[in-house]
Design a binder for this molecule. Structure first.
Ligand code: NAP
Length: 254
């Protein structure tokens, strides 16, 4: 039995991605803190296909020990695809930002993603068919006011993920590494970033995608030979691209 792991599957892009992979008859392992939401997702998947295995793994990815324990607990599974999607933002100028929230954001958006990508690459780099997808952002390629710290975490994600993809390619390793860079997407993201109870995308945002559309883009990226799947910040078209950052290969770097 092969599995797709999705972190941050309790809402938004992660929730819809789990449904999208399940609609392709893939067993899924779903991770987040809100266990009730993961049970709701499991029920929804079983309404579509009761034969799929849906494994629920509650975890707080801002706790380093939880991240390691989580990975250890998945050693028994054959993981064909790993999606690091969990993450959150913050909306404030740096002079006003809550430093504890920012530290937590660094641990989830950067530390957990790096740990899980690295451990997955240790075990699966040489496995044909293995794929890692990390969720960055279009603001992983451009800075925005009131979101500089968040954007900087996504610059890390885009650089780390493009770099890992190229390193593995250099080594001739079969594992594929991909970067999904959404732009505004209708999820719980804005509520968490602004710490508000309600937010209407329809009333406040000119252009955005739904989480379901973003999950479809993730599958397009998964199916393609390209490394980057990015929403164009102007047109909002989804584009499949080669790596964007300049990269010096190992032979040239030595
Ligand atoms: P969302 O609806 O708020 O989903 C975020 C997910 O991350 C939730 O499942 C949440 O689960 C999980 N998460 C947050 N903190 C966690 C923690 N400490 N431990 C475990 N899981 C945690 O927002 P979303 O838009 O779908 O976000 C998914 C990804 O897309 C993020 O990486 C985000 O940065 C990226 N993105 C979003 C947009 C956008 O406009 N929405 C644009 C570009 C990129 P629990 O709260 O249950 O733990």
């Amino acid at each position: 039995m092969k599995y797709t792991v999705i972190t941050g599957a309790s809402s938004g892009i992660g929730y819809e991605s789990a449904l999208a992979f399940a609609s392709r008859n893939q067993n899924v392992i779903v991770i987040a803190r809100r266990e009730d939401q993961l049970h709701k997702l499991k029920q929804e998947i079983h309404n579509i296909n009761p034969d799929l295995d849906v494994v629920i793994k509650p975890a707080d990815l801002s706790e380093s020990e939880h991240v390691h324990a989580l990975y250890e607990s998945l050693k028994e599974y054959d993981i064909e695809t790993w999606v690091n999607n969990a993450g959150f933002g913050n909306s404030a100028p740096i002079t006003e930002q809550n430093v504890h929230k920012i530290e937590k954001m660094l641990r989830v958006n950067i530390e957990a993603l790096t740990t899980l990508s690295t451990l997955y690459a240790h075990d699966y780099a040489e496995k044909e068919g293995a794929t890692l997808i990390n969720v960055g952002s279009d603001v992983g390629y451009r800075l925005v006011a009131n979101g500089v710290s968040y954007a900087a975490t996504k610059f890390y994600v885009t650089a780390f993920t493009e770099g890992l993809a190229q390193e593995l390619q250099d080594q001739g390793a079969p594992m594929k590494v991909k970067l999904l860079a959404p732009a505004m997407t209708e999820t719980e993201f804005v509520k968490t970033a602004r710490e508000i109870d309600e937010f209407s995308y329809r009333d406040n945002v000119q252009k955005y995608h739904t989480a379901k559309e973003m999950a479809e883009f993730m599958l397009e990226l998964y199916d393609s030979e390209k490394v980057v799947g990015k929403v164009n910040s102007e047109s909002y078209e989804f584009e499949l691209l080669d790596p964007i950052y300049p990269y010096t290969s190992r032979r040239k770097a030595d």
